[in-house]
Ligand binder design. Structure first.
Ligand SMILES: O=C(CO)COP(=O)(O)O
Length: 255
C-alpha cells in the first residue's frame, strides 16, 4: 500500500489569540487537496490547542508538540499523554531537536516518551536529525541511527502509529534547506535502517518526513523524491503558503 503523504505544521512557541485565530481562518478558507491523498496536522502550543481544535476544519488534525514521559501527577509544568487523549488530540511531536538540544532531552528519554505516548493511544511524530558538525564529520546516518535505536529499544516492533521526521538541525529555521538529493539520500538510508532493524513491512509502511526550511517554493522538488513522504514545517506553517505545502501531495499522485 502506498504511504499517504503527510504534512505537519509545527507552530512551536508562537502565536497570540489574535494571530492563531487569523491562521485558523486562513487554513479554513484555503483550497486543499483531498484527505484521501494527504494527512494534515498542525501543532499549536498547549494553551492554543482547545481553541484550534474547536475552530479548525475537520480535515486538519491537531497535534501537541510534546508530552510527559509517564502518567501525570506531581510534574509541574508538564502535560500528560492521558490529558491529550482526554482532549481528543490524536498526535504528539516528540524528540524535536529544540527539545533535544535546548532542553537536553536524551535519546533514551525521547524513546521512553514515544513508548508511553503510544501506549496511551497517541500517534507519534518522532523527530531525528544531525547537527552541522555531525554532518561535516560524516556522521549523519550514525547520529540518526542512534536516535532511532533508542526509540526502537523503547517501542520494539510497534511502529504502525509512528511517523518519522528527519530534521537536520542545520536546516531548521536557517533558510538553508537540504537539497532534494540530500534529503532523499538520508531518507533512503533511514528506510534501510528500518528494514534491517525492525522489519521490511515497517520500512515500507512508515512515513519519513523532511523538516527544515521547507517553503511553498521548495516543497515540490522535495516531494518528488521517492522516499520523501511529506514534511514537518516550522516557519512556513504560520503563513498562507502552508496550503501550497499541503497541496504538494499532488506530486505523488501525478508521479
Ligand atoms: O523545526 C521544524 C519543524 O519541526 C522546521 O522549522 P523551519 O521550517 O522553520 O525550518
Amino acid at each position: 500500500m502506498a504511504r499517504k503523504f503527510f504534512v505537519g505544521g509545527n507552530w512551536k512557541c508562537n502565536g497570540t489569540v489574535e494571530s492563531v485565530s487569523k491562521l485558523v481562518d486562513t487554513l479554513n478558507a484555503g483550497a486543499i487537496v483531498s484527505t484521501d491523498i494527504v494527512e494534515v496536522v498542525v501543532a499549536p502550543t498547549f494553551i492554543h490547542i482547545p481553541m484550534v481544535k474547536d475552530r479548525l476544519r475537520s480535515e486538519i488534525q491537531v497535534s501537541a508538540q510534546n508530552c510527559w514521559v509517564k502518567k501525570g501527577g506531581a510534574y509541574t509544568g508538564e502535560v500528560s499523554a492521558e490529558q491529550l487523549v482526554d482532549l481528543g488530540i490524536p498526535y504528539v511531536i516528540l524528540g524535536h531537536s529544540e527539545r533535544r538540544h535546548i532542553l537536553k532531552e536524551s535519546h533514551d528519554f525521547v524513546g521512553q516518551k514515544c513508548a508511553y505516548a503510544l501506549s496511551k493511544g497517541l500517534k507519534v511524530i518522532a523527530c531525528i536529525g544531525e547537527t552541522l558538525d555531525e554532518r561535516e564529520a560524516g556522521n549523519t546516518i550514525k547520529v540518526c541511527a542512534e536516535q532511532l535505536i533508542a526509540i526502537k529499544e523503547a517501542i520494539g516492533q510497534n511502529w504502525s502509529e509512528v511517523v518519522v521526521a528527519y530534521e537536520p538541525v542545520w536546516a531548521i529555521g536557517t533558510g538553508k534547506v537540504a537539497t532534494p538529493e540530500q534529503a532523499e539520500e538520508v531518507h533512503a538510508e533511514l528506510r534501510k535502517w528500518l528494514a534491517e532493524n525492525v522489519s521490511a513491512e515497517v520500512a515500507e509502511a512508515t512515513r519519513i518526513l523532511y523538516g527544515g526550511s521547507v517553503t511553498g517554493g521548495n516543497c515540490k522538488e522535495l516531494a518528488k523524491k521517492p522516499n520523501v513522504d511529506g514534511f514537518l514545517v516550522g516557519g512556513a506553517a504560520l503563513k498562507p503558503e502552508f496550503i501550497d505545502i499541503i497541496n504538494s501531495a499532488q506530486i505523488k499522485v501525478a508521479a
